[in-house]
Design a protein around this ligand. Structure first.
Ligand code: SF4
Length: 79
């Protein structure tokens, strides 16, 4: 399981999540921050500090939010 950063991050990109992640798996992309789903340990620390409530657990995503997990997988696959 992993947490996923959704569209409220776009245009905000405050980055508090990067500071608190214990496994350093959040990186800045061109449009928003992304969580590496292969490294995330599901601790929820990032969700607690996000000022725009942009972070959700993978299994809580609605069908129209699943694209953000795919975007994260692509972002880390293409680095
Ligand atoms: Fe990092 Fe924890 Fe957030 Fe996963 S849930 S991205 S491990 S802070």
């Amino acid at each position: 399981m992993a947490f996923v950063i959704l569209d409220p991050c776009q245009g905000e990109k405050s980055g508090e999540c990067v500071t608190v992640c214990p496994v350093d798996c959040i990186e800045e992309g061109p449009d928003q921050f992304y969580i590496d789903p292969d490294i995330c340990i599901d601790c929820a620390a990032c969700k607690a500090v996000c000022p725009v409530d942009a972070i959700e657990e993978e299994y809580d995503l609605s069908s129209d939010q699943e694209i953000f997990l795919e975007k994260a997988e692509e972002f880390f696959a293409n680095r």
